[in-house]
Design a protein around this ligand. Structure first.
Ligand code: XMP
Length: 523
């Protein structure tokens, strides 16, 4: 379902042109957090398609290249049409270069916090704390050395004499620092100022309105008689998709829950209870745990496990879907980060770290028409939409859980015995986190079962049992993550409970590694 919410003039939009910065998605999220709809376009994409959506302003993102090199990305020519433009870091440099200024490579890079000295009144810096000087986050090697005609310097830092520049007549602006990161004081306010004061955007992007729009759009797409299949995983995205659809088309929605037997303790039962008894949604619960376990038997390689689970899932789902007479549509909980085309600067394929398996990732051969009501939303927006739909907090606030489930948290071979051990340990860990009131401060917390056994003493007897690893991280998007700093008392308490209550574990360790260099999951 292509979202035409903004094309109908219902919301004002900022277009972000991506030059390959890791931070581009953050720009979009910051704007959306303050109620301003924004979309990301790769710099080499067909610009006309995006300009047809009539953005009120354009932001040029940062990027890893140097504009001093030939054949590095430039902003498309069509954007210089009177629409206000803000260039950030690389975006500022290419803006200057393309408008006749000069860029130089500095002797050393400026990286980290810098003090910004605001020299001139500028709409970008309105409504900020009273102090004229504040901290900004810099990360650049090149800098502007000569401004294009019409521009003046509005702020500088020790390492960047052109830290912020403006051409108020043409409404073109540039900042050398990154307003999208939390380290920049008032960074969100600067982006909001650009959108509202300079581009005249209203803060009209809200999940309340999105919900009614999405329901109308689903009704229109499905028509009066269409039947929709939706794959449920028990996670936030597929649940919100299903409930949104249910509100739109009622009993013409049929959910298929392929239970691979790799969910956490009590989770499969919760899914069935919630969707059948609470929501009264038609649900096919296919218990395929035996099939998955048999296919995984003897397999210890993480990638192979992921592939087996992905393929088996499709096989079972397809089999169940075939049985539903007259189904024409398939609903998926695809999110915006999966839709945004990534900018390829090398032209080569990115290195695959892990092959992700999602309930949403179903093959094209299914010949069903796709409905993806969340495809323009970030995860935090999906949670807000879930709340709008009245979905219980326990579900919408749930930590992300990977498609391959506990199979990638049991390192090496998977067996039913190991699944039971891990489920019990994980449930104690999460129970203690909830009791301590820490659940919502953590992006993801879970236990893993190591494939090694160690010697211990339990009740005067020698034990030879598995090691359990505990992981808890803070993150905003799962791309990077910091370790959650539990107190040692908390960890000791959880460890004691696990070792005492879970037969099969006699040692507990806490994972003290951030991402990067580690990933969040262990496999
Ligand atoms: P990593 O381990 O790559 O994980 O740091 C980043 C985020 O992605 C989740 N994850 C998955 N989610 N299918 C999913 O739906 C998968 O195959 C998968 N593998 C990892 C992980 O839990 C974390 O939130």
């Amino acid at each position: 379902m292509e979202n035409n919410f903004k094309e109908n003039g219902l919301v004002s939009m900022i277009l972000i042109i991506d030059f390959g910065s890791q931070l581009t998605q953050l720009i979009a999220r910051r704007l959306r957090e303050v109620g301003i709809y924004s979309e990301i376009m790769p710099f080499a994409a067909d610009c006309k398609k995006y300009l047809a959506k009539k953005p009120r302003g354009i932001i040029l993102s940062g990027g890893p290249n140097s504009v001093t090199q030939i054949n590095t990305p430039r902003a498309p020519d069509e954007i210089w049409n009177g629409t206000p433009i803000l260039g950030i870091c690389y975006g500022q440099q290419t803006l200057c270069k393309q408008l006749g200024g000069r860029i130089e490579t500095g002797i050393k890079r400026e990286f980290g916090r810098a003090r910004l000295d605001v020299l001139e009144e500028c709409s970008l810096f309105q409504n900020l704390p009273k102090e004229t000087d504040f901290d900004v986050w810099m990360s650049h090697g090149d800098h502007v050395s000569e401004l294009p005609k019409g521009f003046s310097v509005v702020a500088r830092s020790a390492g960047a004499p052109f830290a912020a520049i403006a051409d108020n007549m043409r409404r073109y602006y540039g900042v050398q620092f990154h307003p999208e990161v939390v380290q920049t004081t008032g960074g969100t306010q600067i982006l909001k100022n650009f959108a509202q004061l300079i581009c005249n955007c209203k803060n009209d992007w809200s999940m309340t309105e999105y919900k009614s729009h999405a329901i109308q759009a689903i009704k229109k797409q499905v028509g009066k008689t269409g039947v929709v299949i939706c794959g449920l995983s028990g996670g936030v995205d597929s649940s919100v998709t299903a409930i949104l659809l249910h509100q739109a088309i009622g009993e013409r929605l049929i959910c298929v829950f392929v239970d691979h037997g790799l969910l956490r303790k009590g989770e499969a039962e919760e899914v069935v209870e919630l969707f059948t008894n609470y929501y009264n949604i038609q649900l096919i619960h296919k218990d395929a745990s035996k099939l998955f376990l048999s296919k995984l038997r003897g397999v210890s390689d993480p990638e192979q496990k992921r592939k087996i689970i992905g393929a088996s899932f499709i096989e079972v789902f397809d089999e169940e879907a075939q049985k539903i007479a007259g189904a024409e549509f398939l609903a998926q909980g695809t999110l915006y980060p999966d839709v945004i085309e990534s900018v390829s600067l090398s032209g080569g394929d990115n290195v695959t770290i892990k092959s992700h398996h999602n309930v949403g990732g179903l093959p094209k051969f299914m010949k069903l028409k796709l409905i993806e009501p969340l495809r323009m939303l970030f995860k935090d927006e999906v949670r807000k939409l879930g709340k709008e739909l009245g979905i219980p907090e326990i579900l919408v606030g749930r930590h992300p859980f990977p498609g391959p489930g506990l199979a990638i948290r049991i390192l090496g071979n998977v067996s039913s015995n190991k699944l039971k051990i891990l489920r019990d340990a994980d449930s104690i860990y999460l129970d203690e986190i909830r009791k301590a009131g820490l659940y919502d401060q953590i992006w993801q917390a879970f236990a893993v079962l190591l494939p090694i056994r160690t010697v211990g003493v339990k009740g005067d007897a020698r034990s030879y049992e598995y090691v359990c690893g505990l992981r808890a991280v803070m993150s905003t998007d799962g791309m990077t993550a910091a370790i959650f700093p539990f107190t040692s008392e908390f960890l000791a308490h959880v460890s004691t409970r696990i070792v005492n209550e879970v037969s099969g574990i006699n040692r507990v360790v806490y994972d003290y590694t951030s991402k990067p260099p580690a990933t969040i999951e262990w496999e």
